[in-house]
Design a protein around this ligand. Structure first.
Ligand code: GLC
Length: 566
């Protein structure tokens, strides 16, 4: 029950810095082509971080004169990534171009870089809100900057969005929860008055008026990445950041009518921000929720106010991992079990707890499911299992260790076995398969942007490359990431860094895809940097808590495959 709490909390007491830098380290050497070199670099970096931590402590939390000079690295060397000058790894010609494009997308507030614009596409007829800084879109940009030794922009972003969280948020006459983080924000420059002002969107301007549930989770995850990468715990420990975390957690840990530990959501509240039948308990949100809870656990202070949250997080994590690993997991055995389910079972002895009617299993699942491999399905709620594959949720499940090591391996097995379906010619399918015909009409509300195999409906999103690469490194399968990167390198730059691709194989630039989509650019850079130096993975990955035992009994096909794996 209190495995996570005591372990991480215990470490925290001994040394707050070591908890974040070491608690979730693990043996990466098995994955590396050049293991010694990279590991050593990371070690010395972490040692340096320790001394920076003590220095920044004496300087005060706002860190106005931090070790890295703000703006300097960002504004200088437009075409020279620090990583290429510091490390002499083999540079693909695309890398320099990507850095240039990424820096072009920087957004400044009172001369400080505070984020990156979603897309720098002057040719697009309609800007819509692609000229804004999206919280979720900024994550790969932030990781690229952190990996390149430029943490200041990330700090500025974290503080700016924290400030926005404090705004009063309203839709019509309804006031939103205090902890809500914006989906996006924009800086308005007034050249006459020489004034910069901010506008933010918490869902009140968004198409469909949906609040971005993922924003707060990404914010916490990014705060941990920043802390882990810089060793600077002083930012996370400011009363403002602690309060920001508590407010986000208040929104999702409050008791209500729920019978499940999963978080109930409206459709379109994550990366897939339009109606796509992902309301209820979508894997995309549950995996991020889990990762944010684990991140908050290492960042929250165990003071009067923090303690209560720590206890609630620990309880929720246990319930959530049990629920997800048991009921969202699907592999050959589990599919066969569901196929043979009895229905209308009442009472505690029910095997088919959610009363899933076997007839509702779509035909394609039987074809997709390899003998070896598995994944977390899209959604589970009463009499409704959404069997679709969602890439982000599954990758985040691996990175957060929501998936057990065996489940993580099985997910990678599935990707390998079903490469054509899930990766095709352009990594990576956001979801699989597409919904069409009558189902498309009902589920999307006839959305012309989400026609079959386009955009969110089975489209291919290059940004997902960084998540795949991180998952590959974590599971010791870097060759899968290399294969995906090769595909990206054959087209992405030539095509002008599109937002997404269409078609069953992802061969066509998306119907309404923006060009120079920042997260397509940053995602590529992050994937490259992680493969070059897998020690970067620690920023965005959490090791399994050994005490959080997998409790799934049925359908443990992965245990059979263990010995076969080399
Ligand atoms: C689209 C995507 C969303 C993204 C936004 C900005 O709406 O669905 O996930 O944040 O564009 O790029």
């Amino acid at each position: 029950m209190d495995g996570i709490g005591t372990r991480e909390a215990g470490l925290r007491k001994v040394s707050s810095h070591s908890s974040i830098s070491e608690a979730d380290d693990f043996d990466l050497s098995r994955l590396l082509d050049k293991p010694r070199l990279n590991i050593e670099r990371q070690r010395s970096f972490e040692e340096r971080s320790v001394s920076e931590f003590s220095i920044s402590n004496t300087r005060g939390v706002d860190g106005s004169d931090s070790i890295y000079s703000p703006g300097a690295a960002v504004r200088s060397g437009f075409d020279t990534p620090a990583s290429s000058t510091r490390h002499s790894f083999e540079l693909h010609p695309m890398v320099a171009d990507a850095w240039e494009a990424l820096r072009r997308s920087l957004v400044y507030f009172r001369d400080q870089p505070v984020g990156t614009i979603a897309a720098y596409d002057h040719a697009a007829e309609e800007v819509l809100n692609y000229d804004q800084v999206f919280v979720r879109d900024f994550v790969p940009s932030a990781l690229a900057f952190l990996m390149n030794g430029e943490p200041d922009i990330v700090k500025n972003f974290l503080l700016k969005t924290l400030h926005l969280q404090g705004w009063e948020k309203r839709i019509d006459r309804f006031k939103l929860g205090e902890g809500a983080m914006p989906a996006s924000f924009k800086v308005l420059h007034d050249p006459v008055r020489k004034m910069d002002t901010l506008i933010a969107d918490f869902g009140e301007s968004a198409i469909g008026r949906v609040a971005p549930v993922d924003s707060g989770f990404w914010w916490i995850i990014l705060l941990r990445a920043y802390t882990k990468s810089t060793g600077d715990l002083s930012l996370a420990e400011t009363p403002e950041c602690q309060k920001g975390m508590r407010l986000i957690l208040t929104l999702c840990l409050s008791a209500g009518f729920d019978t499940f530990p999963t978080l109930l959501c409206a459709d379109g509240c994550s990366m897939i921000d339009r109606r796509m039948g992902i309301y209820g308990y979508p894997i995309e949100i549950q995996a991020l929720f889990f990762m944010a809870l684990r991140s908050a656990l290492v960042l929250l202070k165990h003071d009067e106010e923090g303690k209560e949250f720590v206890e609630r997080i620990v309880k929720r994590l246990h319930a959530l991992s049990y629920h997800m690993r048991s009921y969202f997991w699907l592999d050959f055995r589990q599919l066969n079990d569901i196929y043979r389910y009895k229905t209308e079972e009442y009472s505690h002895t029910a095997v088919n707890k959610f009363n899933v009617i076997p007839d509702s299993i779509p035909d394609w699942v039987f074809e997709l499911m390899p003998t070896r491999g598995g994944y977390f399905v899209g959604n589970v709620s009463p009499a409704r299992m959404d069997f679709r594959w969602f890439a982000l949720g599954n990758c985040v499940a691996i990175l957060s260790s929501l998936a057990t090591p065996e489940q993580s391996m099985a997910i990678m097995d599935l990707i390998e076995a079903r490469w054509e379906e899930l990766v095709g010619e352009m990594p990576l399918k956001i979801s699989y398969p597409a919904i069409e015909g009558h189902e498309w009409r009902i589920v999307t509300g006839c959305d012309p942007k989400n026609t079959r195999w386009s955009y969110h409906n089975g489209g291919s999103w290059p940004v997902l490359l960084w998540l795949l690469t991180a998952a590959c490194i974590k599971t010791g399968r870097p060759q899968i990431a290399r294969r995906a990167i090769e595909l990206i390198e054959s087209r992405l730059q030539k095509d002008g860094w599109p937002e997404y691709y269409d078609g069953k194989l992802g061969r066509y630039i998306g119907k309404q895809a923006r060009k120079f989509q920042t997260w397509s650019i940053a995602g590529y850079l992050v994937a490259k940097m992680m493969l070059e130096d897998p020690s970067h993975l620690g920023m965005i990955s959490l090791e399994e808590d050994k005490l959080m035992k997998p409790l799934i009994k049925r359908s443990a096909s992965w245990t059979c495959m263990g010995p076969e794996r080399t």
